[in-house]
Design a binder for this molecule. Structure first.
Ligand code: ADP
Length: 467
């Protein structure tokens, strides 16, 4: 079976968040299961594209409204990648130092049109086109309705919603840039009077998946305006929990961390990593270390963290370290706290892949007080590194973390409020003090299996059911 994943991000080429981790892992595991799975993504101006070799496979021009835009399709000649990766190269639109900007409509429209034109030109067509998030949300529509691509309309198109908050809204001034179609189908693009690529993909894809079963259910109640659409289309929707790439996220072999360790050596291994982190960031290594890694946005509950940290550090003997970036106001508040709690609190505002690995290896607890969490990968990385997740039970967090009081292994809270997060941290800290139970739990969580094998098979079964 030949599968083409279409995405704006893919680890290790370009990563902003979990989308990259998923698109960098799922094809690899599908490939291992015997499927001919590949990825096509934009050719950005970044470290990966500057330091690898590429072969040009196809050169052509695409129509974007009245403009004619030259593009090429490149294949990476990178032996470390375990599945084929193709790129759409459009110098003035996609070849940028960033992945996303404030004005991406034309960039991702051109990317999608070039992808469809390229697929049209292939002798050996895919059996499945698998689109990810709103940046590729017009492909299911184009495959079904655009005159140019009529010959592709028997190829099943799947869409995966990694995050329904972002929908790629486009004003009608861009309508003429979408490859021509019969205007009686205009309604498929529209949701509430605006072109909505995510809504169009939900309407037109053959199957819609979300990245956890609970998130699928929650979206029918709360989906940034798409609740009714998802409820109406529920027959073709399914939630498949993401896995993690256990080759990349493995404390035994992780080259980013200070000391590698296994279940047997977890105590000394984590101690060595924590020692390094605490020395580097002026924290007390003898105290339980709570960490947060992620985007500082409302969905992650990040706005509450400065107040939570300030309160809890006054009453509990713990250390806190945060890695993230996002809302400037939250960043400023978090930085300010350093003056009030130096020695017990520190933060690194920015994005740092290596540091994130060291934190998973060092921390005793990982905080995830999310308001919305489609799947969440951090909690699964934490588990693999023997770090206890402290999570709000929502979406994928609900599907992967069971509270210690329910014979589980993590700390769960139901609400996103300062009081409930503080209460959860207090429970965690008490748990830490029970050394025997805490250490046994550490070994236990490292054995939990969240690898991609199960989910990669679930996707293959889904493809087979419609092929
Ligand atoms: P989302 O995609 O909503 O941001 P996920 O939990 O699905 O959240 O995935 C987040 C991924 O991004 C994880 O791999 C996490 O380690 C990584 N990450 C988030 N923020 C940072 C950061 N500031 N530095 C390094 N890695 C980060």
């Amino acid at each position: 079976m030949k599968i083409i994943h279409v995405s704006a991000e893919c680890y290790p080429i370009a990563k902003i968040g979990g989308l990259a981790d998923v698109v960098g892992a799922l094809p690899k595991y599908q490939y291992q299961l015997g499927a001919d799975s590949s990825v096509i993504m934009p050719f950005y101006n970044n470290k990966f594209t500057k330091t690898n070799r590429f072969t040009e496979l196809h050169e052509s021009e695409l129509k974007l409204g009245h403009d004619t835009i030259p593009y090429s399709v490149l294949r990476a000649e990178a032996p470390d990648l375990e599945f084929p990766i193709y790129f759409i190269h459009i110098e003035h639109l996609l070849y940028k130092e960033y992945v996303y900007s404030d004005n991406d409509v034309e960039r991702f429209l051109a990317f999608q049109i070039a992808t469809m034109d390229w697929i049209l030109s292939l002798e050996n067509k895919p059996d499945i086109i698998h689109c990810h998030d709103h940046h590729t949300g017009l492909i299911p529509f184009m495959a079904q309705e655009s005159y140019n691509y009529k010959s592709l309309n028997k190829i099943p198109v799947i869409t995966t919603i990694h995050n329904a908050q972002y929908q790629g809204w486009m004003s009608y001034e861009y309508l003429h840039k979408i490859p021509e179609f019969n205007s009686k189908y205009l309604g498929l693009l529209d949701w509430n009077g605006i072109i909505n690529p995510l809504a169009a993909s939900i309407k037109c894809a053959w199957r819609v998946t979300t990245v956890s079963p609970s998130y699928m259910e929650e979206l029918k109640e709360q989906a940034n305006g798409l609740e009714n659409l998802l409820a109406a289309e529920s027959a073709k929707c399914v939630g498949i929990l993401n896995g993690i790439d256990t080759d990349v996220w493995n404390p035994e072999t992780d080259s980013f961390i200070i000391k590698n360790y296994t279940k047997t050596t977890v105590t000394s291994g984590k101690k060595a990593n924590k020692k390094w982190l605490c020395k580097e960031y002026d924290l007390d290594e003898t105290k339980p270390l709570f960490a947060f890694i992620g985007r500082l946005v409302g969905e992650k509950g990040a706005g509450l963290l400065p107040k939570v940290f300030n309160e809890i550090l006054k009453s509990k003997d713990i250390s806190i370290f945060l890695l993230g970036s996002g809302f400037k106001e939250t960043e400023t508040e978090l930085l300010y706290l350093k003056n009030l709690h130096s020695g017990n609190y520190n933060t690194y505002i920015g994005y740092d892949e290596k540091l994130s690995h060291i934190i998973y290896a060092s921390a005793d607890f990982l905080l995830m007080p999310s308001r919305v969490e489609p799947c969440g990968l951090n909690q699964m990385y934490a588990l693999r590194y023997g770090t206890v997740p402290v999570v709000r039970s929502i979406g994928g967090l609900k599907d992967t973390v069971v509270d210690i009081d329910s014979k589980g292994f993590g700390i769960c809270h139901q609400d996103v409020s300062i009081a409930s997060i503080i209460e959860a941290i207090k429970r965690a800290s008490d748990f830490y003090d029970n050394k025997e139970a805490f250490n046994a739990n550490r070994k236990n969580i490292m054995s939990l299996n969240h690898s991609w094998e199960v989910s990669a098979k679930a996707y293959l079964n889904l493809y087979n059911s419609i092929n």
